[in-house]
Design a protein around this ligand. Structure first.
Ligand SMILES: Cc1cc2nc3c(=O)[nH]c(=O)nc-3n(C[C@H](O)[C@H](O)[C@H](O)COP(=O)(O)OP(=O)(O)OC[C@H]3O[C@@H](n4cnc5c(N)ncnc54)[C@H](O)[C@@H]3O)c2cc1C
Length: 43
């Protein structure tokens, strides 16, 4: 089973973490959890 990353919060920080993690490990399964109706549009 591949590695998984769960990011809580889809603001600037959460988006940046997810993007950098994807760059470092393209096979990573990433799930982002956001309590609000919007996600950041820049990371
Ligand atoms: C009025 C205002 C104007 C600003 N203008 C600018 C600007 O023009 N340019 C600029 O560069 N910066 C600006 N900033 C600063 C910028 O918004 C912050 O630096 C940046 O958003 C911080 O990102 P963050 O990911 O750390 O936190 P946040 O943006 O706060 O993101 C955290 C996210 O986590 C979510 N969250 C929290 N708890 C949970 C939970 N338990 N479960 C699920 N989701 C959760 C929240 O809903 C939120 O979406 C401004 C800030 C404010 C308040």
């Amino acid at each position: 089973m591949g590695k998984k990353l769960i990011v809580v919060g889809a603001g600037a920080g959460g988006g940046s973490v997810a993007a950098e993690a994807r760059r470092r490990d393209p096979s990573l399964e990433i799930t982002m959890i956001e309590q609000g109706p919007h996600v950041a549009t820049a990371a």
